[in-house]
Design a protein around this ligand. Structure first.
Ligand SMILES: Nc1nc2c(ncn2[C@@H]2O[C@H](COP(=O)(O)OP(=O)(O)OP(=O)(O)O)[C@@H](O)[C@H]2O)c(=O)[nH]1
Ligand SMILES: [Mg+2]
Length: 324
């Protein structure tokens, strides 16, 4: 920082589904820790990424897209995003700059503006695809609805103008020491990232409502041979489908679909782990899990902030998660 003070704090990346929050997190960290897909509502958890630079440390929180949710998994996801906004020193609204204007019901904008006492940043993403003349009116439209301490256009995908973002965000943070050891990259352990990389391929390779009903569970993560002369990590994972009819689609004719998901996921996992991987996938049906509080918790999608426990009694639709 120019004034020589060390700055540190939390920056919550919030925005509508598909705005590019997770792409931005991966870009800023220089490593893929969050799943990215062309479909909205890919991210289900808060993901911490730590960016340690010259004179600053930024704790970035990637969050699920904020939208008007129905009960169940979607509601849990939006609550996770709102919780992260309350924790951040900076509430950063990530906006798809190719959009025409501020939509009347921009839930993400309202949530960011409601984060009182926080600094606010407007990050206009996807400028590689936006029409330049349309950017200023778009910025004006957002500014007319609330104050932003920083307005920053960039492309998380191509990296255009991305370099200056970290120092610009750091300038909004309070003075303070590092919050994490400088080598920290994320709070997601390898197993968790692996599960997300598999789920990402489900999002990329299946259509309609299929990916929204899938949770991925790592059953086995055997790294006994990771350091050996012929390194190999063996991973066994289960895709939990919300409906019996989805199971067949996930497996595909002659197992083709599951094979394609597994092959693409394995490539990403090998890049992450830096060694060859055996990936075994199987599909199980966990009927109705997306509307079961117990199952949502079991798959790790609830209680992202404090006090996420016990606030609601079990409901009759709750099957308690012993299916399959
Ligand atoms: N052209 C372009 N596409 C982008 C950019 N950033 C992200 N995308 C694409 O936008 C889509 C959504 O990206 P994500 O990073 O998954 O978006 P998100 O905001 O995390 O979405 P949710 O997790 O669903 O809320 C993907 O297809 C990305 O490749 C960008 O700067 N330019
Ligand atoms: Mg995301």
């Amino acid at each position: 920082m120019p004034d020589g003070a060390h700055r540190s704090g939390f920056v919550a990346l919030a925005g509508a589904p598909n705005a590019g929050k997770s792409t931005l997190l991966n870009r800023l960290l220089g490593q893929k820790v969050a799943a990215v897909s062309p479909r909205p509502q890919t991210t289900r958890n808060r993901i911490l990424g730590v960016l340690t630079g010259e004179g600053f440390q930024i704790a970035l929180l990637d969050t699920p897209g904020i939208h008007r949710p129905r009960p169940g998994l979607a509601r849990a996801m939006v609550e996770t995003a709102l919780g992260a906004l309350r924790e951040g020193d900076v509430a950063a609204l990530v906006v798809d700059a190719t959009r025409r204007g501020v939509e009347e019901e921009d839930e993400a904008l309202s949530a960011v503006l409601a984060a009182r006492g926080r600094k606010r940043a407007l990050l206009l993403n996807k400028i590689d695809r936006a029409r330049r003349p349309a950017l200023l009116p778009l910025i004006d439209a957002f500014r007319a609805r609330g104050h932003f301490d920083l307005v920053y256009p960039l492309s998380a995908l191509t990296g255009e103008n991305a370099e200056g973002l970290a120092p610009a965000l750091a300038a909004l943070l309070p003075e303070g020491p590092e919050l994490f050891p400088p080598e920290t990259l994320t709070d997601q352990d390898e197993r968790k990232i692996v599960a997300e990389l598999i789920r990402e391929q489900v999002f990329r390779q299946t259509g309609e409502e299929i990916p929204y009903g899938v949770a991925v569970e790592i059953e086995q993560f055997d790294e006994g041979r990771r350091e050996g002369p012929r390194p190999l990590v063996r991973i066994q994972a289960t895709l939990h489908a919300v409906r019996t009819s989805h199971k067949g689609i996930l497996i595909g004719k002659g197992g083709q679909k599951l094979k394609a998901i597994g092959t693409a996921a394995r490539r990403e996992i090998e890049r992450l782990l830096g060694c060859p991987v055996f990936l075994g996938l199987n599909v199980r049906v966990e009927e109705g899990w997306t509307v079961s509080d117990a199952a949502i918790r079991r798959f790790g999608y609830a209680g992202a902030g404090r006090g996420g426990r016990g606030s609601r009694p079990p409901r009759s639709g709750d099957r308690g998660g012993r299916a399959g």
